[in-house]
Design a protein around this ligand. Structure first.
Ligand SMILES: Cc1cc2nc3c(=O)[nH]c(=O)nc-3n(C[C@H](O)[C@H](O)[C@H](O)COP(=O)(O)OP(=O)(O)OC[C@H]3O[C@@H](n4cnc5c(N)ncnc54)[C@H](O)[C@@H]3O)c2cc1C
Length: 392
């Protein structure tokens, strides 16, 4: 039934020169070694902590694979290249949590500046924000735990809400849809509250705001059903970015250290079941609940493609988006785009020092047993062979 061929490597790597292709292959070979990744992660934290002038090592390797560049202008080059293959982009200043009010204001400014590139540019139809870039992690944590704020904290929370409001209002004025990233369970409760309020405010006519559901969480199916009921009662659209979840080790380690049951599914199979259940719930309700599938899993992508075919939904239907991260799963991105599907790449940028935590997450994700590195390596090898480049 599925006519999208993910293993057309000529299409998948059409934007890569021979040298870039070979570098990607070598990098994935390194990432496949979990001991090397663990060692490099420790070194990266040390370099950051001691402010050692060694970041160039990362800049030449993992940074180049997963980041568009230091400045948003660098991202624009990538956006244009992707657009030449009918792939859309959403750009993000990929610094992780900010700790000071000054840092948060700066993050807002950078996000607004990035948004300005979307003006009149249909190749950048979405934007994204990470809540802890615009507000204090400590306050998200307190709010999630339902601990009352002090008057000063209340003011800081209000300032954070204003930043988010300002960002969303600007995006909507530019006709750009907003994705809200999901983070760790101990802060996600507060993020959910903010996301729901934003959907209530901005999604009455179309889904301008998308919340993110991490299906590795045991409780997300119940949450999705409840959210859908609220959307029906409140007569607003739901935008759902569906992902499996990126903080598995952190979540399990914290649960173990603090002695509470892990909120994460006990196996990959269980996570996949939850993910599939969410798809089964959302797809028949696609009129109200629009889907942004953030996944590199071929089966999940095929499941959605098959549903679209069976139900005569055009590949270019605006209610369903497929998304992959820059530097990963190009075989899915470019082959889907070739079939006319709505595909969008997450294009992060920022100074090496700031994006190291993001890069570490990518390396960890790829090195895990269930990660996609073997598949990436197979495909890169196949394309190198097709181009008659020797692989050692
Ligand atoms: C466009 C996009 C946006 C994203 N945004 C976010 C975001 O906002 N928040 C966020 O947290 N993540 C986000 N992610 C990352 C995402 O959650 C996954 O980590 C990543 O995409 C891998 O999952 P997969 O579906 O692509 O592939 P798969 O390889 O099929 O799944 C890997 C995932 O399965 C789960 N898993 C693996 N082993 C186990 C196990 N033993 N037990 C239980 N579960 C397991 C983990 O979630 C792991 O990441 C995003 C990803 C993309 C592509």
């Amino acid at each position: 039934m599925n006519t999208v061929q993910f293993d057309n490597t000529e299409k998948a790597y059409c934007l890569k020169s021979n040298s870039d292709l070979y570098k990607s292959y070598l990098l994935y070979k390194l990432i496949a070694n979990k001991y090397l990744v663990a060692f490099s992660t420790q070194i990266a934290w040390l370099i950051l902590k001691l402010r050692l002038p060694l970041l160039f090592v990362f800049k030449k390797t993992i940074y180049k694979q997963f980041c568009a560049g230091e400045q948003r202008e660098d991202s624009m080059k990538i956006v244009n290249l992707l657009a030449s293959q009918h792939v859309k982009s959403y750009m993000h200043f990929a610094a992780e949590a900010e700790w000071s009010e000054e840092g948060m204001e700066d993050h807002l400014q950078k996000s607004l500046d990035t948004l300005a590139f979307s003006k009149g540019n249909t190749d950048i139809p979405f934007t994204v924000f990470k809540p802890t870039g615009l507000g204090s992690l400590a306050l998200f944590k307190k709010k999630t735990a339902k601990v009352p704020f002090t008057p000063l904290e209340e003011k800081a929370w209000e300032r954070m809400l204003k930043r988010i409001e300002l960002f969303c209002a600007k995006a909507i004025e530019l006709k750009v849809q907003v994705l809200i990233d999901a983070e760790e369970t101990w802060i996600q409760g507060a993020i959910d509250e903010v996301a729901e309020q934003l959907m209530l405010t901005y999604n009455s006519k179309s889904p301008n705001i998308y919340t993110t559901l991490q299906m590795y969480r045991k409780d997300r199916m119940g949450y999705l059903k409840g959210l859908y009921e609220k959307a029906e009662k409140g007569n607003f659209y739901l935008g759902v970015k569906l992902v499996r979840g990126a903080y598995i080790e952190k979540e399990n380690d914290r649960a173990e250290a603090k002695g509470y049951p892990s909120p994460i599914c006990e196996s990959k199979v269980k996570t996949d079941e939850e993910f599939n259940q969410a798809l089964h719930f959302i797809l028949p309700r696609i009129n109200r609940c629009h889907l942004f599938l953030g996944s590199h899993n071929e089966k999940s992508v095929s499941q959605v493609v098959d549903f679209m075919k069976t139900n005569n939904i055009s590949p270019s239907d605006q209610r369903i988006w497929f998304s992959q991260l820059f530097g990963m799963a190009d075989h899915i991105t470019f082959n889907l785009a070739d079939g006319g599907y709505q595909v969008i790449k997450y294009v992060p940028y920022g100074p090496v020092r700031k994006v190291i935590p993001y890069l570490i997450r990518r390396a960890d994700e790829n090195t895990s047993v269930s990660g996609q590195t073997p598949r990436e390596l197979d495909l890169l090898r196949k394309e190198l062979k097709r181009r008659k480049i020797k692989v050692f």
